[in-house]
Design a protein around this ligand. Structure first.
Ligand SMILES: Nc1ncnc2c1ncn2[C@@H]1O[C@H](COP(=O)(O)OP(=O)(O)OP(=O)(O)O)[C@@H](O)[C@H]1O
Length: 245
């Protein structure tokens, strides 16, 4: 579903150029949930943004379902394939746009009809009742806002969801609710996830495999399950500590 090969991403120009990602390579199968972990500044979000077509200063290969991703050449078909959910639902929703406006716009951008029915279904999918439809962001809790952000991403009926620290701005109890929601949505919609987190417990909860990043490089790719079973608790904890920075 997603193939990344020989990916270099940089920002700025010499002498201030930052090489944020170097020679990254991994692939994610359809329906898989893949985590990117590592210390702050190691390049995790940069990889997601390159896959989402939000950065154009990169070289290498990024393919989604066999189609190369081109920075700045994103069209309706691209958004139907790839959507992103950001860390901070407070920042990612416009304060003056109601839930109805957010979801209507996302559906209209995809040329979808039957907007009323689709909004009701999206709200139901993310565990919000119809009563939330005409609320504004300030009338929602942090978890409810993130549910709206997830619904907005789902509006395009994407196959690949890029999740950039989707729970780290939330209280611990709400984090678990959102992680459970994401787990259910993956099963129900046959989604593929690539999720960035600095929290290995979160990645362990939701991912099948993970890559550990350090200084822009992927230093290890491992299965969450094999690591737990094969390497034993001590080794797992060692990786948790190393990966958390
Ligand atoms: N727009 C930008 N301009 C210049 N440098 C950038 C830009 N975005 C990211 N960087 C740099 O690229 C490197 C990787 O950043 P990135 O945000 O991918 O790290 P991260 O692993 O996601 O970190 P965190 O966990 O703190 O979010 C960092 O050194 C960062 O300062």
């Amino acid at each position: 579903m997603l193939t990344i090969d020989d990916l270099d991403v940089w920002f700025g120009y010499p002498p201030d150029r930052v090489d944020a990602v170097r020679n990254a390579a991994f692939s994610v199968a359809k329906g898989e949930s893949f985590g990117l972990v590592g210390e702050s500044g190691s390049g995790k979000s940069t990889i997601l943004r390159a896959v989402a077509g939000l950065i154009d200063s990169w070289s290498g290969r990024i393919e989604v379902d066999g189609h190369p991703v081109h920075a700045r050449r994103r069209d309706r078909a691209f958004y139907k394939t790839v959507q992103m959910v950001f860390q901070d639902p407070y920042a990612s929703l416009h304060p003056r746009h109601s839930v109805d406006a957010v979801l209507s716009e996302a559906l209209s951008l995809q040329g979808m009809d039957d907007i009323d029915r689709r909004i009701a279904k999206l709200l139901e999918d993310v565990g919000l009742g119809r009563g939330f439809r005409f609320r504004y962001p300030h009338q929602l809790s942090g978890g409810q806002r993130q549910r709206v952000a997830i619904a907005r991403a789902l509006a395009a009926e994407p196959r690949l969801l890029l999740l950039d620290e989707p729970t780290s701005a939330l209280d611990v109890s709400v984090q678990a609710e959102i992680l459970n929601l994401l787990t259910d949505l993956r099963a129900e919609h046959g989604l593929t996830y690539v999720m960035v987190s600095h929290d290995l417990a979160v990645v362990g909860h939701i991912c099948d495999r993970l890559a550990v990043m350090q200084h822009g490089r992927i230093v290890e790719v491992m299965s969450v399950e094999a690591l737990r079973k094969g390497a034993g608790e001590q080794e797992y904890t060692r990786h948790l500590i190393a990966a958390s920075g």
